[in-house]
Design a protein around this ligand. Structure first.
Ligand SMILES: NC(=O)c1ccc[n+]([C@@H]2O[C@H](COP(=O)([O-])OP(=O)(O)OC[C@H]3O[C@@H](n4cnc5c(N)ncnc54)[C@H](O)[C@@H]3O)[C@@H](O)[C@H]2O)c1
Length: 352
């Protein structure tokens, strides 16, 4: 199979888990792909994905080989695999709004001159740009989306900034004949998915939910940025998504709450569900889910990247709803989980 040539924007925790995951799954190829939703997707194995370019702003990462940069602070996701020299240098991108009030104390801006991003994308023959910038980097995400357009790359937006779900941006990619997918990646074992599934299960069984909340705390740089800049946005996205799981109105709150540095890259999510069942008798659930944040993105990222390659081969363009609805919390079109899964499978298996 041809390689899928990916440019990484932001060499943070998510990028670290992805790069390590590619090494991990390359080693076990031919055996069972334990931990992945799809071993082979659209004919592609994880080892068909190749990172060919990378951009960051932190002095501890810029100028280093990607294999070294992913383990530099403030990244704190655990080591999952040995990563050999990749011969991919991390280039310095423009900061724009990449730093917030809180993260500027944690990220150290490199003194390297800014690289010519479009030129590097062309020279490295990148075909998919993966946006892993902090969630508060609204303008920087848009700037990189522009570079993807200039350099004829498909754009995968893992951040909660609205690009694929924004009609004007989707139109620009459509005109350019390029795919765009997003926004806000869904985790493999996501608190929002778990919450929705629980509510659906209870509701199908006749339980009437009256109140429910989902709150989480994390220790990655992204949790710090969320606390500062995107708490409200994430609350809107998550609450909207959870509300859609119930066929009636209930008091729903879902969002990120705080940053707890000693958690490292762990994320603890707390769920509270209150309702009534037979003869108005009360029932309640109090749950905690503990995950490591960045590896939780890995499986869905591998699926989304491979699906975008399938789309590129078919010359599909604009915001691709089957990929967006399967892999992202804020797609251009909301639909039940099962419908999204079915649509995605049909898209992958569609005859070219
Ligand atoms: N499970 C998950 O981790 C998950 C799930 C859904 C969405 N996301 C999204 O993925 C994104 C990345 O998450 P993360 O945990 O890796 O964040 P992170 O903070 O660890 O990494 C962000 C990286 O971007 C770099 N950066 C900042 N400004 C930049 C700029 N202008 N140009 C280039 N690089 C810049 C930072 O130095 C850092 O290395 C976030 O937007 C997050 O919301 C992550």
């Amino acid at each position: 199979m041809p390689k899928i040539r990916v440019a990484l924007v932001g060499v943070g925790n998510c990028a670290s888990a992805l790069v390590q995951g590619l090494q991990y799954y390359a080693k076990i190829e031919g055996k069972e792909f334990v931990g992945l939703r799809n071993g082979v997707l659209g004919g592609f194995c994880p080892s068909d994905i190749e990172i060919v370019a990378a951009f960051d702003i932190d002095e501890r990462k810029v100028g280093k080989d990607l294999s070294e940069a992913i383990f530099c602070q403030p990244n704190n996701t655990p080591k999952l695999a040995d990563v050999p020299l990749l011969n991919v240098v991390v280039y310095r991108g423009p900061v724009i709004d990449g730093l917030g009030e809180y993260t500027k104390n944690v990220v150290r801006v490199s003194a390297h001159p800014e690289a010519n991003v479009a030129m590097i994308l062309k020279e490295s023959d990148s075909e998919v740009m993966l946006n892993l910038l902090p969630s508060g980097a609204v303008k920087a995400s848009q700037w990189y989306a522009d570079q993807a357009l200039i350099s004829e790359c498909a754009f995968v937006n893992a951040t909660p900034n609205f690009i694929a779900s924004d009609a004007a941006w989707a139109h620009r990619f459509e005109i350019a004949g390029l795919p765009v997918v997003g926004d806000d990646l869904i985790d493999q074992v996501g608190s929002t998915t778990l919450h929705k599934t629980l509510l659906q299960l209870l509701s199908i069984n006749g339980v009437h939910i009256t109140e429910t909340y989902q709150l989480d705390v994390g220790g990655g740089t992204e949790s710090l940025d969320t606390l500062d800049r995107t708490k409200d946005l994430k609350r809107v996205i998550k609450t909207k998504s959870v509300e859609a799981a119930l066929p009636y109105e209930a008091a729903v709150v879902a969002g990120s709450t705080d940053y707890v540095d000693f958690l490292q890259n762990r994320r603890d999510s707390y769920f509270w569900i209150k309702g009534v069942h037979f003869c108005n008798v009360p029932v309640q659930i109090d749950l905690k889910l503990s995950t490591v944040d960045a590896p939780n993105a890995g499986s869905v990222l591998l699926d989304v990247i491979r699906a975008v390659k399938v789309a590129l081969e078919r010359k599909a363009k604009g915001a691709l709803v089957p990929i967006c609805a399967y892999g992202f919390k804020h797609p251009p079109k909301f639909m039940p989980h099962e419908t999204a899964e079915k649509m995605f499978t049909e898209f992958i298996n569609e005859e070219a």
